[in-house]
Design a protein around this ligand. Structure first.
Ligand code: ADP
Length: 320
């Protein structure tokens, strides 16, 4: 297991073409390539200095050869710093672009949704069945767009370290109840048994209510989406010392072992058999993990392919 991970890491480290594509640089500009060249130059330099000091008595030659080596290392070091600088700047620009673009898209999408609602509420009798169906489809697509834009905005805020949390002390049982209610229609449509085993006593946490509902919506809807028809999804809540732990368990398709390390990466969607039958962006878990960590908690999972998955998160209990 460890051996396979190490092999994959070494392979990725030396796959310069892939690295260059990922970073948007030329192969010779990638930090790994420059480090290899630098290592090579150091080895040659040590051997050269050893050779010169053994064969020439002149200190001038030694000083000149050392100066040449130091200059080469300086130039390579400069390349490494400027390529890292270039990547950091490009990354910052990309995040700013996503943030501005999604901000600008939010208002027109909200307007479309609002006008569709107005149209349906003002003229319900005046629209034919076909027209109502078409408008329903437009509404569905525009709500999907609104969700995507909202997710992109959250991702940009996370990457800029600006995800604001309006924390308040609330009973986690109430938030889970709300999230389970939100997901009931999805579960019923897929004939999935959705079970919530709550706590008899209130479990108070200091969190942003809206954001924790987003986390629960993501985890519960994933459990439903990635569980075939007539499956089972359970939500369990437990107090553990100073923490409260939530588990969302399903008996669905699971996550292949070799993809488990990538699951919290932005835009990553596992190659399981549900990929093509389900809608998704690969942003939900990235956002959920960041919200939980910013709330002082942890989010993790265990999964077995074709058996099911368990996603857990824990949050510190609020001080009485
Ligand atoms: P998506 O929008 O694709 O659902 P997420 O970030 O929520 O994005 O999840 C990333 C990927 O993790 C999913 O595409 C899916 O392959 C996998 N995944 C998440 N939750 C589960 C689950 N409960 N069972 C199986 N696979 C899951």
């Amino acid at each position: 297991m460890l051996g396979a991970k190490l092999k994959k890491r070494i392979y990725n480290e030396f796959n310069l073409k892939k690295q260059a594509e990922e970073l948007g640089l030329k192969v010779w500009q990638t930090p790994s390539f420059l480090f290899i060249v630098m290592g090579f130059v150091i080895v040659v330099a040590i051997a050269g200095v050893y050779f010169i000091s053994n064969n020439y008595d002149s200190p001038d030659i030694l000083v000149i050869s050392e100066s040449v080596v130091v200059s080469i290392l300086f130039i390579i070091g400069n390349f490494i710093i400027s390529s890292v600088d270039q990547v950091a700047r490009a990354n910052k620009m990309k995040t700013e672009f996503i943030s501005i673009a999604s901000h600008q898209l939010k208002t027109p999408i909200a307007e479309i949704n609002w006008q569709i609602e107005l149209l349906l509420s003002k003229f319900p009798g005046g629209l034919s069945e076909k027209q109502q169906l078409l408008i329903g489809q437009i509404a569905h697509s525009s709500q999907k767009m609104a969700r995507l834009v909202g997710d992109l905005l959250d991702v940009a805020h996370i990457d800029q370290g600006k995800l604001a949390l309006n924390k308040e002390q609330i009973n986690l049982c109430d938030i889970i109840n709300e999230a389970v209610m939100n997901q009931r229609p999805l579960a019923s449509a897929a004939e999935i048994e959705l079970k919530y085993l709550g706590s008899a006593v209130p479990l108070e946490v200091l969190v942003d209510r809206r954001r924790i509902v987003v986390v629960l919506d993501n985890l519960i809807s994933n459990a439903i989406k990635y569980t075939g028809e007539k499956g089972r999804v359970e939500i369990l809540l437990e107090k553990k010392d100073e923490l409260v732990q939530v588990c969302i368990r399903d008996n669905g398709v699971g996550i292949p072992r070799n993809e488990q390390t990538d699951i919290f990466k932005k835009f990553f969607r596992s190659n399981n058999k549900m990929k093509n039958n389900t809608e998704g962006t690969g942003l939900g878990l990235y956002i959920a993990k960041n919200i939980i960590e910013q709330s002082g908690g942890k989010l993790w999972f265990q999964s077995i392919e074709n058996t099911g998955s368990e996603f857990f998160f824990s949050l510190p209990l609020a001080k009485a």
